[in-house]
Ligand binder design. Structure first.
Ligand code: ZN
Length: 325
């Protein structure tokens, strides 16, 4: 735990030392609201340089596909750990990785760095050694500026080419973090949609095929009488609903995201980052959803999506063809 006084001290210290005087008003507002911003510097990668396997490169290519499309948001730190060749998971590498990881979280305070090393840092290493694959964005809001960590653990456990699109998915979350929060189904669904859409452009995914697969899963949640309205905040749902986290947030979410674009005036995918997310910043996600999808309110959108789920798959897939670049 960090005392309030220490936090106060930290924020004073970071105000005087980390925000350059020339920072624009927009940047200052973003820092106050704990949002990521456009950056000059590319993501910083922390990984084992002796790892010559294809996996770290796949992560980077996926992340870069996201940066090309959305812009270079951040600051982002990418951590890659856990190796197929167990010799690479050495203590020396783990020590270095945790030191780097905790340097940013500790904000120059030794005690906080130590807490990080023994807490989340040690947890990371445990996961790496377990051999299980995992990838996620972790948002660190108590640093100034806030930052995003993209953590890829045992990336070889992901399929090729799936790891590429997972990179896009996680980077989409970086972009989303430059705007106020959206419901879980829209956050995960949007990341899945862009992973398929941008992944197809790179030859890593097939939008139609992958979305058809998502629809199958989405229907399973429907059979359980659950909908995306039940997945606005995954941290607040009951265990019975959480069982359908994947189906509701990712699978149904990707389709709901596509439907939102289809119901928009332009039907343009490229307009989503340019117009929809700034609208979220302006009026909040509920009004943004209603305005953008040209419906009365979010309930009307949920009803439209429920009706859409009842259509035959052919017609659902036809909707995707109606989307513009
Ligand atoms: Zn995600």
């Amino acid at each position: 735990m960090v005392s309030v006084q220490l936090l106060k001290l930290l924020s004073v210290a970071s105000l005087c030392c980390f925000i350059p005087l020339a920072a624009g008003a927009q940047e200052k507002r973003a820092a106050a609201a704990k949002l990521l911003t456009l950056q000059k510097a590319p993501p910083v990668y922390v990984r084992n340089q002796r790892d010559k396997s294809k996996w770290p490169g796949m992560v980077r290519e996926g992340v870069d596909a996201g940066r090309e499309y959305f812009g270079n948001y951040g600051p982002v730190f990418v951590y890659i750990l856990g190796h197929e060749d167990k010799r690479l998971s050495s203590e020396a590498f783990h020590r270095r990785l945790v030191a780097e990881y905790c340097k940013h979280r500790g904000a120059g305070v030794k005690k906080r760095r130590e807490e990080c090393r023994d807490g989340p840092g040690a947890e990371l290493i445990k996961k790496a050694i377990s051999g299980r694959g995992d990838a996620y964005l972790s948002f660190v809001g108590d640093t100034d500026p806030p930052l995003a960590e993209l953590v890829f653990i045992n990336p070889h456990q992901f399929r090729d080419p799936y790891l590429y699109t997972r990179g896009i998915h996680e980077y989409t979350h970086v972009f989303q973090r430059a705007f106020p929060s959206t419901p879980t189904w829209m956050t995960e669904g949007g990341a899945e949609f862009f992973a398929c859409y941008l992944g197809e452009k790179k030859g890593w995914a097939k939008l139609r095929r992958d979305m058809a697969k998502f629809m199958k899963n989405a229907q399973r949640a429907k059979d359980a009488k659950l909908g995306i309205k039940d997945m606005e905040d995954v941290d607040e749902v009951s265990p019975a609903v959480k069982k359908y986290y994947r189906h509701l947030a990712y699978d149904a979410g990707a389709w709901a995201f596509a439907l939102m674009i289809h119901k928009s005036k332009s039907r343009s995918i490229a307009e989503v980052p340019k117009k929809f997310y700034p609208l979220v910043a302006k009026v909040g996600w509920q009004r943004a959803l209603a305005q953008y999808a040209q419906v009365d309110n979010k309930q009307a959108f949920y009803r439209a999506f429920d009706a859409f789920l009842k259509l035959p798959l052919d017609e659902q897939l036809k909707m995707l063809e109606g989307l513009k670049e």
